[in-house]
Design a protein around this ligand. Structure first.
Ligand code: FMN
Length: 323
């Protein structure tokens, strides 16, 4: 089984990739998407979204990171993929899943699933442009209006030369409303010769086991669930192997939040560290009630010092309780 950390624009950047992969259980990451329109983008755009390119394309703990591209034109997509490879990307991933209006209006993301031939042409052009040793993977939803086009698109992706396909098991119109339709992946998995990675709505080890059983897919991709429970990839790996490991409890997660705050301060302007911390707490509160309380305490704080003091005070009162 392989576990892939899902790309999440504005949420899982290199700092979060470092943090989550250090906790174990992740075999590969994918960057936020690089938006490709007509131009060959300068190296700095790739290095900003994937600073890991400066150290061999891996996170601090050595997990490979693939660079994701999003766009609707085969030529520019191919040129930019080749550039990502020149800069040292260990793999390139193409996004045919993004539901955002602004993206779809500009002809990229899930709207392309209406035209499997175009999906094929983009994947084929990128494959031709990449050196043979650089893997090309694709991530998509099942369709735009509905889930029916999944098979045609999946076959288009495979015949164009991608080596792996990850499917978020919903249509664009399904949005993020549960459920994810894991069972609809069965015929696709059976029809493909390349590995199919199942994605969508796995929040616990038992969800992940159920998804594997229902879809028949060995490999999984986790997004929001890994933010809500940072040790979820490791827990899922253990569950698949039939082992039991203790899940992280809040007293172990809160220091990670403080550590993340410091990493953000090192990487970003101090004025911009509040939002990612608040955003992470919003995910963490799905699982940890204490995160909801902490979020209420910090949600109106703007100054980094005030944020730091509140996080540190929470941590020290937690330690006092434990002492
Ligand atoms: C805030 C947010 C940003 C996302 N950004 C991307 C992205 O840049 N590229 C992509 O392919 N998918 C993106 N996705 C989709 C996720 O990778 C994933 O397919 C989706 O969240 C379902 O998986 P989950 O239930 O494990 O979260 C994003 C999802 C969210 C919620």
């Amino acid at each position: 089984m392989r576990m892939i950390l899902a790309p999440m624009e504005g949420v899982i950047d290199h700092t979060m990739r470092d943090l989550l992969t250090t906790l174990g259980g992740v075999d590969r990451c994918v960057t936020e998407f690089v938006r490709v329109s007509d131009l060959l983008l300068p190296p700095r755009v790739f290095r900003r979204l994937c600073p890991e390119l400066n150290r061999g394309g891996v996170t601090a703990s050595g997990t490979p990171v693939y660079v994701q591209l999003l766009g609707g034109k085969p030529g520019p997509m191919a040129e930019n993929a080749a550039r990502a490879a020149e800069l040292g990307a260990l793999g390139v991933d193409l996004n045919f899943g993004c539901p955002a209006k602004t993206v779809n209006n500009h002809d990229g993301g899930s709207i392309l699933l209406r035209e499997p031939q175009r999906v094929h042409n983009i994947v084929a052009a990128v494959r031709r442009a990449l050196p043979e040793h650089v893997p090309l993977t694709v991530k998509m939803r099942m369709g735009f209006e509905n889930r029916e086009p999944v098979m045609e698109n999946a076959l288009a992706v495979e015949s164009a030369g991608a080596s792996e396909l990850a499917i978020h098991a919903r249509s664009k119109v399904d949005g993020y409303r549960p459920p994810a339709y894991w069972e609809d992946l069965i015929p696709v998995r059976e029809a493909l010769n390349i590995p199919l990675v199942a994605n969508g709505e796995m929040w616990s080890p038992s969800d992940a086991l159920r998804c594997r059983e229902v879809s028949g897919c060995n490999d999984l991709m986790l997004g929001r669930g890994a933010l809500a429970r940072p040790d979820l990839p490791r827990l899922v790996g253990a569950a698949v192997r039939g082992e039991h490991i203790e899940p992280l409890a809040w007293p172990e997660v809160l220091p990670l939040v403080l550590q993340y705050f410091h990493v953000l301060l090192e990487n970003y302007d101090a004025r911009h560290v509040g939002n990612p911390i608040k955003q992470w707490l919003v995910y963490l509160r799905h699982y940890f009630p204490q995160a909801a309380i902490l979020f209420e305490q910090i949600k109106r704080l703007r100054e980094p010092e005030a944020l730091h003091d509140t996080l540190a005070a929470d941590l020290s009162s937690l330690r006092d309780c434990a002492a």
